[in-house]
Design a protein around this ligand. Structure first.
Ligand code: FAD
Ligand code: FES
Length: 255
């Protein structure tokens, strides 16, 4: 179910410099969210278009999302205070699928891509999780993922915390010695490309959440098109409605 709602902000915390963790009240969104879906948020008067932000968690009438301040929209959203109302449209998009027969799931997220993976980790209950960040100052949600997962490896690109290097390499080492029947991933395109390659080389099914720039969020404007491996009229898909989550073999990842 998709609808627009003015949701009351009930919790707000800056969990790292410029990264804000917001929880709003909404029975409708909380009851109708599939992990991996997103909200289209009216950040305020300075931006005409809504901004897409993933649902990090949704239960008991509360919906949580976490975002990094990037430009005008997210800067304005970060100014909201508890008690304010936020104009939210959602939940939108096609999220992660959890087939019944999955035994050994792996989750890999990078940067702001870790946020939509938290609800997924909670639902899977037994995921082995890899989280990559630029440096120690950007590391967030490690404990929360640990509380809902079998194993969590955190890495930083500059080696200032945890595994030293790109997190896809840490996952690749793990896969050399461990079973895995589904990889779930969200993060920057270079990381998704590496994850797709590693999964496809090993014949492991893989779901990728793409973070394309968006306009309408409901399939009308084509701003969010991504290339697929289909031909003809299905050559391009809309990330907002066909995605943001796709199986790796469905999409071509362009820079
Ligand atoms: C499905 C989806 C889910 C998302 N979930 C989250 C989330 O949970 N947390 C979060 O922090 N961000 C998330 N994003 C990214 C977020 O939507 C953008 O950072 C935000 O729209 C930027 O808006 P702005 O007005 O602050 O910045 P703008 O002024 O619009 O842009 C500032 C800078 O950010 C870049 N940028 C804008 N949008 C994107 C994008 N989609 N991908 C990469 N770079 C972008 C621009 O190129 C520019 O350099 C998500 C994006 C999508 C498509
Ligand atoms: S954002 Fe308009 S079609 Fe996807």
């Amino acid at each position: 179910m998709k609808k627009r709602e003015d949701c009351k902000l009930i919790r707000k915390q800056e969990i790292a410099k410029g990264i804000f963790d917001l929880t709003v009240a909404s029975e409708d969104i909380a009851n109708n969210t599939q992990c991996g879906q997103f909200l289209h948020i009216n950040c305020g008067d300075s931006t005409f278009l809504r901004r897409p932000i993933s649902i990090c968690d949704a239960e008991n009438g509360e919906v949580r999302f976490i975002f990094e301040v990037k430009g005008e929209g997210t800067k304005e959203l970060a100014k909201k205070e508890t008690g304010d109302f936020i104009d939210i449209f959602g939940p939108l998009g096609h999220g992660f699928e959890i087939p019944d027969n999955i035994k050994n799931p792996v989750i890999i997220g990078g940067g702001i891509g870790v946020f939509p993976l938290y609800k997924l980790a909670k639902e899977l209950k037994n995921a082995n999780v890899f989280l990559g960040f630029r440096n120690a100052d950007r590391v967030v949600m490690e404990k929360e993922f640990e509380n809902v997962s079998d194993m969590v490896i955190v890495g930083t690109d500059d080696g200032s915390y945890g595994y030293n290097g790109y997190i896809a390499a840490a996952m690749e080492h793990y896969l050399n010695n461990n079973e895995c029947d589904m990889i779930y991933s969200c993060g920057p395109t270079p990381m998704l490309k590496a994850v797709k390659k590693i999964a496809e080389e090993r014949g492991i099914k893989c779901q990728l959440s793409l973070e394309q720039r968006m306009g309408c969020g409901i399939g009308a404007c084509l701003v969010c098109s991504c290339e697929t491996n289909n031909e003809g009229s299905e050559k391009y898909a809309k990330v907002c409605t066909n995605g943001p989550v796709f199986y790796s073999e469905e999409v071509t990842l362009n820079d």
